[in-house]
Design a protein around this ligand. Structure first.
Ligand SMILES: Nc1ncnc2c1ncn2[C@@H]1O[C@H](COP(=O)(O)OP(=O)(O)O)[C@@H](O)[C@H]1O
Ligand SMILES: [Mg+2]
Length: 362
């Protein structure tokens, strides 16, 4: 049983660099939370402060209700998995798994039971006698996970543990981590710059930028209701299209070659912006080829056709803006240079303030 609370957490590196800014976060017992954001946004620093590997400049961290600000890592009962597995090269898998428990003078019979259980969960039984160099990257990462499981900690902390693996293995390990969490539901914080990893693993995701939390929510809520342009562009692949438009009279937004009707509740919220520019956002997968209802369609010119087999991705131009259209049926006859009609369903339009980049919501 362990919740984690971060309360106005701050980290300064020297006097110049403010790496983590007023981070507030409540993580429930057994919850799996993914911290996601671009490189340098403060994810690892936040995680390392939870682990006790980095001093806190301000704020409070509580694990299981207890303030741990000044507790050394070994007294926090957290287990951390890094990108580099940090296995002992001269020890076989069994001894690597046993190492931490032997240090704590746990009886060998208990160690064996803990290792048996972890090996069963992670499929390590056949590998026990091997040294790390005789293991693939994925197997080494499983051993590193096993080392955490045998300790039976209050909290798992992961810092980009899959980044060294190739794409296929990464997808496999993602599923293994998910399965592991289902079997051993330990409170977990998983740091990644990969939004797909965050979306697929997290019960909730925390999007960070420049040391600050931008949005916290379930993957679906962050995807469907991004609070600002940054989150909208960061979550979802291919990235959301952004088009600068002018809010006209009569519930419409316009741009060069574009006039789209806006429905409630967005229309009401946009009333305050009449005559001004706002940013229209629409996801590539929500654009549909062909004529839609009145006031829902526009023309654009195809520049690049990417045939993926399961679907086609189109890169196209609308006036001065490049847009991506996804999920075009693979057998569609379309070529670079074609002018195509595209429609945007009303419920799928997002609007952002052109200056603050905050979502304008009805
Ligand atoms: N030991 C350090 N000394 C000075 N600056 C650091 C140190 N560690 C990290 N930083 C800076 O703090 C910011 C956040 O780093 P980090 O938490 O590692 O980001 P992330 O894990 O999101 O990529 C970065 O700008 C980084 O350069
Ligand atoms: Mg990092």
């Amino acid at each position: 049983m362990a919740s984690i609370s971060l309360d106005k957490l701050n980290k300064h590196y020297g006097s110049l660099h403010h790496a983590v800014k007023d981070v507030d976060l409540e993580i429930a017992d057994k919850e799996f939370v993914a911290l996601v954001g671009p490189s340098g946004c403060g994810k690892s620093t936040t995680l390392r402060m939870i682990a006790g590997l980095e001093d806190i400049s301000g704020g409070e961290i509580r694990i299981d209700g207890k303030v741990v600000n000044h507790l050394p890592p070994r007294d926090r009962d957290v287990a951390m998995v890094f990108q580099n597995y940090a296995l002992y090269q001269h020890m076989n898998v069994y001894d690597n798994l046993a190492f931490g428990l032997r240090n704590k003078k746990v009886p060998e019979s208990e160690i064996k039971a803990a290792i048996d259980r972890a090996a069963g969960i992670l499929g390590l039984h056949e590998l026990m006698k091997r040294k790390p160099r005789q293991l693939s990257g994925g197997q080494q990462q499983r051993v590193a996970l096993g080392r955490c499981i045998v300790r039976n900690p209050l909290v798992f902390l992961f810092d980009e543990p899959l980044s060294n693996l190739d794409a296929k293995l990464r997808a496999q390990m993602r599923i293994e981590i998910k399965r592991l969490h289902a079997q051993v539901p330990t409170t977990s914080v998983f740091v990644t710059h990969d939004q797909v990893e965050a979306m697929t693993l997290g019960d909730r995701i925390v999007v960070m930028r420049d040391g600050r939390v931008q949005q916290v929510g379930t993957p679906l809520s962050v995807y469907s209701k991004p609070v600002n342009r940054f989150v909208a562009g960061f979550i979802g692949a291919p990235a959301m299209n952004f088009i600068e438009v002018t809010v006209g009279p009569a519930l419409a937004v316009t741009a060069d070659g574009l006039r789209l009707m806006v429905t409630e509740p967005a229309a009401q919220a946009l009333g305050a912006y009449r005559g001004r520019k706002v940013i229209l956002g629409v996801r590539p997968e929500h654009l549909v080829l062909g004529e839609g209802a009145e006031g829902r369609s526009f023309d654009c010119v195809v520049e690049v056709v990417e045939q993926l087999g399961s679907e086609i991705l189109l890169e196209a131009r609308l006036g001065g803006t490049r847009i991506t259209i996804a999920r075009v049926a693979a057998e569609t006859a379309v070529a670079a240079g074609d002018r195509v009609r595209v429609s945007a369903p009303p419920g799928r339009l997002h609007f952002f303030d052109a200056e603050t980049e905050t979502a304008i919501v009805g």
